[in-house]
Design a protein. Structure first.
Lengths: 419, 400
């Protein structure tokens, strides 16, 4: 019999605890019914209409709670069996468990109401867009060896500049460009201080965040809020359907009936992944982030590569910031990013510095953030402060519980001084 | 973020900032002064740009440039004059007693900033980035509020002491938990402390709207703290200065002793310099992570008590204000050295106090303080930048 490694039983222990929670949820399940509506409402924004509709599912809340308890119990038993026999449990076991667990909680909370799947997904995606752009900025920056705590500042700068520029020229597209320039400028500052002045990268990131908060608050208070028609009434980016894809049931109206920023995000996620792993450019970039001295020795320009990559990342984060304002036709508000940059950082770590995993992690955090909105509309009795707390608690649980010690790019955080 | 990064990020500042003597000899001692000056210059540009008179006169700048120049002078001078009157001495006041009120205001503001900054400095020097000052201040404040409001049976001084201890304990537990998580699961403390800040803010809001809420209050706030649990006033009821200021000075001395003279502090610094080497040398890494974060959190909690039991005298949602982030900048500016933190804390306390007057008299938003504060840290961190702004020759190291 093999000796158990300490890490091996972590997953089964976590699953056991969660299973106990499902037992508790089942035990206190109210006696009502929950309606699950899979498609969007016929009157919803998806103009093209879906190809076909699923019938609504009406389930007894108590029954589904006990059913999920059974499923989670089974999964937990499997996990223990895998762990004790020294096998590696598939990651899908944990993922499947998570989906069932969340679904179970949702059904209980929506007791007596209609739970619309598309609405949940749509809300999650909207909140995830800035997180995903932000985590891409983090990927591009940390893969090349610079820790990017300033994502928050890049998002906020993007939100501010896009709102102001779009209002001044009355054109949301110009606002988008302004957002990219703003985000790239903040990350240029990060790069200058980290590379030329060799300042600690975490320090510079935190300080840049405070600087951007101060500048945007100052300008908001001095002229923006007083003349909001002139400076802060951004026109909305038009949203449009992708022909064909928008007609796919469920997925279509959620993912393919969106503003161009969202489509840009899909392109960016795939593009960053492709560039990092399938091109020579990406290989060099990662080499600089792992072992700059070796990269330098073979003739890669370490500083130039770092500047370029960090600034491209900043431009992407700026786009994410623009989603707060022109992406949703909202005026800029003080500190409106509210920590999204830090959650993007967590998504980046949870996604193991891989753009695609980070995007899914961003979606997960968007989902958690969205729960407060969907639950407050059904009049849940859970105090709103606890719902607001949810994404942050989830971050801690994921970072501490599931991720643990992960290894990022080896040279991230280190200044490289060419000798 | 890897282990290696953590090693590096502490090595750089410690190595570069250690030799005070060397800095004096190479003219580097001038840098902080010039950095502050440069930041005020940037602040002045912002103030001028946002001033309505300046904007109006800019319209006919080429016809009568003097108008705009005088408008710029008036706006910037007016703002910084108000800053001085609000933070050091109000020479418009009728007598000395009223004039010096500003300085006591500065010292009162600097108390929580400095104490929390000391906490973060302990963490920074031990190689841990505690961004969780806000959360630890809140938990400390809640702890002392509970004792102060709900345990009224003790005689005077004891009630006060226990309330302060509860605040310290609350911060220490909240901070120590992060260290515990890092030691057991490897969770990155930057992420965890930032998330704990948000969690603490929402928990505080929930508490102040439910069980901690004052019965008749319309806002989310607690009942006023009873007199016997308050920090005794130092200069009479007209001045905001309280015993917390003395506690702050004691904390400076205590942190200096802890970090420079005690064996625990030696372990802390060893961890900051090189975790692998200190592990080999027999330092219990996990326990030290916990201790560092607990001490750091305890100081933040103490800062929370000075707010609740000294300045505000009730618990409101704004208890931590911006002190969490102020503390970070103070720790960075003070280069994690207790005396440096004290100086930086008093400087930033003065900025806070003066900014209130500046906003009231000159209509300059208080957010300008954020800008000036972060500019100061940026400039201090990059001496070559300051040198080039003021056309100073390069330092010896840079020329070599």
């Amino acid at each position: 019999m093999k000796t158990l490694k300490r890490g091996a039983i972590r997953v089964p222990i976590i699953l056991s605890v969660l299973t106990l929670i499902t037992l508790w949820v089942a035990a206190i399940a109210p006696g009502g019914e929950t309606t699950i509506q899979i498609n969007s409402n016929a009157t919803a924004t998806g103009a093209a209409g879906e190809a076909f509709r699923f019938a609504n599912i009406i389930t007894s809340t108590a029954f589904s709670a006990w059913l999920t308890f059974g499923l989670t119990l089974l999964a937990t038993a499997l996990a223990w069996w895998f762990a004790l026999t020294g096998r590696v449990a598939s990651r899908w076991l944990s993922i499947g468990f998570g989906v069932v667990f969340v679904f179970n909680i949702l059904i209980s909370l929506f007791n007596g109401q209609t739970m619309t799947i598309t609405a949940l997904l749509h809300g999650s995606l909207s909140l995830a867009v800035p997180l995903i752009f932000g985590s891409l900025a983090g990927v591009l920056s940390e893969r090349v060896g610079l820790v990017n705590i300033a994502i928050e500042g890049q998002l906020l700068a993007g939100a501010f500049v896009s709102a102001m520029v779009a209002t001044l020229v009355q054109n949301p597209w110009v606002g988008l460009i302004g957002a990219m320039v703003a985000g790239a400028f903040v990350s240029w500052l990060l790069a200058v201080f980290a590379i030329r002045y060799v300042v600690d990268q975490i320090i510079i990131g935190v300080v840049l965040n405070v600087l951007v908060i101060g500048l945007t608050n100052f300008m908001f208070s001095t002229f923006m809020s007083a003349n909001s028609q002139v400076f802060n009434a951004p026109p909305r980016l038009p949203s449009f359907d992708v022909p064909g894809l928008a007609q796919i049931p469920v997925i279509g109206p959620v993912f393919f009936s969106q503003t161009p920023i969202v489509y840009l995000m899909y392109v960016a996620v795939i593009g960053v992944w492709f560039a990092l792993y399938k091109t020579r450019w990406g290989l060099r970039l990662r080499a600089v982030g792992e072992y700059p001295k070796a990269a330098d020795t073979v003739g890669i320009k370490v500083y130039a590569t770092r500047y370029r990559s960090v600034m491209i990342g900043g431009a992407l984060a700026g786009l994410g910031g623009a989603f707060f304002t022109i992406g949703q036709s909202l005026a800029f508000g003080k500190e409106m990013t509210n920590g999204a940059g830090y959650i993007a950082l967590a998504a980046l770590i949870f996604g193991r510095w891989n753009p695609i995993y980070a995007a899914f992690a961003g979606l997960l955090f968007g989902f958690a953030e969205n729960l407060q909105y969907s639950l407050s509309t059904v009049g849940s009795h859970v105090p709103s402060d606890f719902l607001l707390m949810l994404p942050y608690v989830l971050t801690v649980v994921l970072v501490a519980g599931l991720v643990g010690k992960v290894t990022g790019p080896a040279a991230a955080g280190k200044a490289y001084i060419k000798s | 973020m890897s282990d290696k990064m953590k090693t590096q990020k502490t090595e750089a500042p410690v190595g570069r900032f250690s030799g005070l003597a060397r800095e004096l000899f190479t003219g580097n001692a001038l840098i902080p002064v010039l950095a502050v000056l440069a930041s005020f210059l940037v602040g002045g540009i912002l103030i001028a740009l946002s001033n309505e008179n300046v904007q109006a006169t800019a319209g006919y700048f080429f016809a009568r440039p003097g108008d705009m120049l005088s408008a710029i002078w008036q706006s910037v001078f007016g703002a910084y004059d108000a800053l001085f009157r609000g933070s050091i001495y109000n020479y418009h006041a009728d007598n000395f007693g009223d004039g010096i009120l500003s300085l006591t205001q500065t010292l009162a503001y600097s108390t929580p900033i400095t104490i929390a900054g000391l906490g973060l400095a302990v963490a920074f020097r031990s190689g841990l980035f505690n961004i969780g000052g806000t959360g630890q201040i809140i938990v400390g404040a809640v702890g002392s509020t509970i004792i102060a409001l709900y345990v009224p049976i003790w005689p005077g001084p004891l009630h006060f002491l226990v309330a302060v201890l509860a605040g310290i304990l609350g911060g220490a537990l909240f901070g120590g938990f992060v260290g515990f998580l890092k030691a057991t699961t490897g969770a990155n403390e930057v992420i965890v402390t930032i998330m704990f800040n948000y969690i603490a803010v929402y928990l505080l809001h929930y508490s102040l709207t439910s069980w901690l809420k004052a019965p008749l209050a319309s806002n989310p706030q607690s009942s006023p703290i009873p007199q016997d649990a308050l920090y005794p006033s130092l200069a009479g009821p007209d001045y905001p200065l309280h015993l917390g200021f003395i506690v702050m000075l004691l904390a400076v001395a205590a942190v200096w002793w802890l970090m420079n003279r005690s064996s625990v502090g030696f372990h802390f610094r060893a961890l900051g310099h090189n975790p692998s080497a200190s592990k080999v040398a027999g330092v219990n890494i996990g326990r030290t992570y916990f201790l560092v974060m607990a001490v750091s959190g305890a100081l933040a909690g103490l800062a929370g008590t000075s707010q609740i039991l000294g300045t505000e005298k009730y618990l409101g949602t704004g208890v931590a204000a911006t002190y969490g982030f102020d503390a970070i900048t103070v720790a960075l500016l003070g280069r994690s050295n207790p005396v440096g933190v004290l100086a930086a804390g008093i400087l930033f306390g003065g900025l806070r106090a003066g900014a209130v007057t500046m906003q009231a008299n000159q209509n300059v938003p208080i957010d300008i303080v954020y800008v000036v504060q972060s500019m100061i840290v940026l400039f201090i961190a990059a001496p070559p930048l300051v040198r080039s702004i003021f056309f100073m020759p390069k330092s010896k190291e840079a020329r070599a």
